[in-house]
Design a protein around this ligand. Structure first.
Ligand code: NAD
Length: 285
């Protein structure tokens, strides 16, 4: 069994992105800029935004966080995004999810200019991913693909079982795998007999948000396990969706939590923001 070390790869990618940012600045005077909208006081969202800001600082990016009260109106958020769309210092716009219940998340995500949509959640970029065209791809599944590539794991022709079908994780993960010629199954909360599907898989990629969802008897010998889940256990530890201690000995490769997919997500956000800055610099020439 080999551990897929997302922390080490994320560091390597961050270093590459920092070099790219320095080169862009030297060539064009442009510093990559990321704007984040954070609504309300959810501690997990605040922690994620803090981590993203620190990563931007490390990479030499400009970053700004717009903190908004829980009861902010949808119109006020839209106005702020429209200003960011026009602001030449901003290359990427990130709306920290989830938004409060009175806000229509789909509507908000559609206001972000597709060329600044570094999270890849705008339907324009979702459509490009679905049709295999270049665009912005959601950071978490993109990070998983980078991690697989780093360990020379080719998904072509492999049976991949994606557990979880959200727009942020499961669906784009499945699209990336399919674009890379894997055979893909997508399971979710209504899937009957989940184990029947996971047992058949060469690669299980799980992002459901359920502690110990994937147990030892659900995994075939030598399978590759990508644990995207991030959950807080009752003792306060961060754990994934896989019963790690029991499952790991059966696998050929497995991601730990923490230190697996999580750090890759942030590295991909930086990478997507640099890509946006490079495109904007090219357009401005
Ligand atoms: P979500 O709640 O939007 O979606 C969860 C998905 O899992 C749904 O499709 C649901 O049908 C499925 N699901 C739930 N319970 C299931 C069960 N018992 N069996 C099969 N499928 C089940 O959540 P999300 O935003 O997609 O996040 C999923 C997990 O990934 C969470 O733990 C979240 O914290 C984590 N996450 C991690 C990163 C990262 O950087 N590693 C990024 C985003 C989300």
């Amino acid at each position: 069994m080999q551990i897929l070390d997302g922390k080490a790869l994320a560091q390597k990618i961050e270093e590459k992105v920092s070099v790219g940012a320095r080169e862009l600045k030297a060539l064009t005077g442009r510093v990559p800029g990321l704007a984040v909208i954070l609504v309300g006081h959810d501690p997990a969202s605040q922690a994620y935004v803090g981590m993203k800001k620190k990563a931007c600082d490390r990479a030499g990016f400009y970053s700004v966080t717009h903190e908004m009260p829980e009861d902010i109106s949808q119109e006020a958020i839209i106005k702020t995004i429209e200003m960011m769309n026009q602001n030449p210092n901003i290359d990427g716009i990130l709306i920290q999810l989830p938004l409060p219940k009175h806000i229509d998340t789909t509507k908000i995500l559609e206001v972000v200019a597709p060329s600044k949509d570094v999270d890849g959640f705008h339907p324009y970029n979702v459509g490009r991913l679905a049709t295999g065209l270049d665009g912005f791809v959601p950071c978490t599944p993109l990070g998983v693909m980078e991690l697989l590539a780093e360990y020379s794991i080719d998904v072509k022709g492999k049976n991949c079982c994606v557990v979880g079908a959200s727009n942020i994780v499961g669906k784009p993960m499945a699209a990336l795998l399919l674009n890379a010629n894997a055979t893909v199954e997508i399971c979710h909360i209504f899937t009957d007999d989940l184990a029947k599907h996971t047992r058949n898989a060469d690669i299980i990629l799980v992002g459901a948000g359920v502690i110990n969802l994937i147990k030892e008897d659900m995994v075939k010998e030598g399978a590759i396990i990508i644990d995207i889940g991030i959950n807080r256990a009752s003792d306060g530890r961060l754990v994934g969706d896989v019963d790690y201690d029991a499952v790991a000995p059966k696998t050929s490769y497995i991601t730990p939590v923490p230190g697996g997919v999580g750090p890759m997500t942030i590295a991909m956000l930086l990478s997507n923001t640099l890509k946006a800055a490079q495109i904007h610099a090219e357009e401005a020439r």
